[in-house]
Design a protein around this ligand. Structure first.
Ligand SMILES: Cc1cc2nc3c(=O)[nH]c(=O)nc-3n(C[C@H](O)[C@H](O)[C@H](O)COP(=O)(O)O)c2cc1C
Length: 261
């Protein structure tokens, strides 16, 4: 098992891969994207790392990329991957290296920090999933749905999100977006690890949050499910709302004093 914590540029072998464990079982391949512009130094990495490590502990092969490091453009929007050459993106950038890896993955982990609503490189990555989607559309449960092409193994999509403000509802928008991605690709939305007032994760009392993230990674690979109790631990309040606002505003007052603002 290899945990690749640095950008994978030029490090994959082209073509779908089936990796077999020493016991002969087919391994679960996980493709994870850390969408934080602060990459390994951000709050997202603090939460995503134990989750991915838990997946590895359960026997998964994990590939991790940082969207900020990827040399990719946003989608051109010309639908060439649907109407001219289904499954082929005409943009010859680093996404071409990721498509074979995505096709060979069982679980897609989208790590997204809450911006308005998310960092641009992560948004570009999500839009560039389009060539993996089969253009055949169906009506199901009152909406138009599609699914991944048959050669794409991805069956589950998970969201790992962090936000600055105190309330967990700040990430509803991100949950909705990733649920949409799942509906548009015919995959299961397996749930979301949501960490509000993420800066408070630096406190020693937050160790249980990171332990729960690790357990959730193991559970998802072992059983295909994540425990609601552990998801609740990941989101639990680490300080009161009042203290969170007080601390944040005190910091601002100090900055104003220092800068004469
Ligand atoms: C441009 C920008 C917009 C943000 N908007 C929100 C927001 O609407 N709600 C919120 O809770 N946090 C917001 N945040 C705070 C981030 O979610 C928080 O800083 C988080 O830790 C970022 O992830 P990172 O530490 O991995 O960089 C915003 C941050 C930035 C830079």
């Amino acid at each position: 098992m290899v945990m690749r914590l640095s950008p994978m540029r030029k490090r994959y072998e082209a073509g779908p891969t089936v990796i077999v464990s020493p016991g002969g079982d087919e391994m679960t391949n996980v493709f994870a994207v850390n969408g934080s512009n602060r990459k390994g130094k951000g709050n997202l990495a603090k939460l995503l790392s134990p989750f991915l490590e838990g997946m590895e502990e359960a026997g998964a092969e994990v590939e991790l990329v940082y969207s900020q490091d990827l040399d990719i453009e946003d989608c051109l929007g010309d639908f060439s991957c649907w109407s001219k050459q289904p499954g082929i993106c005409i943009q010859k950038d680093e996404m071409q290296e990721l498509y074979p890896m995505l096709r060979a993955s069982d679980i897609l982990v989208l790590g997204i920090p809450r911006y308005i609503p998310m960092p641009a490189p992560m948004q570009a990555f999500i839009n560039r999933l389009c060539p993996l989607i089969d253009p055949f559309l169906e009506a199901r449960d009152g909406r138009t749905v599609a699914r991944f092409h048959k050669d794409v193994r991805i069956k589950r999509i998970v969201l790992v999100a962090v936000s600055g403000w105190w309330e967990v509802g700040n990430m509803d928008l991100l949950v909705e977006i990733v649920e949409e991605v799942a509906k548009d690709t015919g995959t299961e939305f397996s749930g979301a690890l949501l960490r509000p007032h993420a800066y408070e994760m630096a406190r020693p009392e937050a160790a249980d949050v990171l332990e729960a993230a690790r357990r959730l990674g193991r559970q998802l690979v072992s059983n295909g499910r994540m425990s609601p109790d552990d998801l609740a631990i990941v989101s639990r309040p680490l300080v009161s709302w009042e203290d969170n606002l007080k601390r944040s505003n005190l910091g601002y007052e100090e900055t104003k004093r220092r800068t004469g603002g």
